[in-house]
Ligand binder design. Structure first.
Ligand code: GRF
Length: 197
């Protein structure tokens, strides 16, 4: 199978990126990480990319807080295309993508979110689930559209909320589920892509 070219974008600690890179290294995931990009100069995700010898770059995001400046976003799309990225994987990327990226990669951008969407989009979704008195929550992989934590759902994993859970313990268990789910879903997309004429 021809490996699918991934571009991974993240703003933070990069544990999902690490899970994906480990899965590629183990041979379970028939993909190739072509580039890792971050809008945060000292984000640990860039360090992880270097550890795995994956080309990586910091992308100065511009003046906005929750999105990229349009020219920066166009530049990002061009960099990903130049790197022959076929699937864009958001792994804790804290900015909303807009038309330049959505048009460059239609139905080719996925995200992982720490709740059972459509419940609890937005920040600290595990705290939202805990505060709402839910008994289960989980994580969702979905295609990205122009709304926050929205777009067709590809797969979900349920995580029970235990009576004595704190926000930290719940978040940690959701992350364990994320690290299993995300590489599994990407592997499924790789197989589907390989079957395309
Ligand atoms: C994950 O919990 C993911 O669901 C959310 O951001 C977090 C990123 O964590 N979108 P990490 O940087 O992969 O450790």
């Amino acid at each position: 199978m021809k490996p699918l070219g991934l571009g991974i974008l993240g703003s933070g600690k990069g544990s999902n990126c690490r899970a994906i890179l480990e899965s590629i290294r183990s041979g379970a995931l028939p993909a190739e990480a072509r580039v890792v990009m971050s809008d945060v100069l000292d984000a640990p995700i860039l360090e992880i990319a270097r550890e795995f010898s994956i080309p990586n770059a910091y992308l100065p995001p511009g003046q906005f807080r929750t999105r990229l400046e349009p020219n920066v976003e166009a530049e990002l799309a061009q960099m990903l295309r130049d790197a022959e990225v076929e699937l864009v994987v958001l792994a804790g990327f804290m900015r909303v993508l807009k038309l330049p990226m959505l048009q460059a990669f239609p139905r080719r951008i996925i995200n992982i979110h720490p709740s059972l969407l459509p419940k609890f989009p937005g920040l600290e979704a595990w705290k939202q689930a805990l505060n709402a008195g839910e008994t289960i929550t989980g994580c969702t992989v979905h295609y990205v559209d122009d709304k926050i934590d929205h777009g067709d759902i590809i797969a979900q994993r349920v995580v029970p909320i235990l009576p004595n859970d704190s926000a930290e313990s719940l978040h940690a268990r959701i992350q364990v589920a994320e690290h299993e789910l995300y590489p599994t879903v990407i592997a499924k997309l790789c197989r589907e892509n390989d079957r395309r004429p």
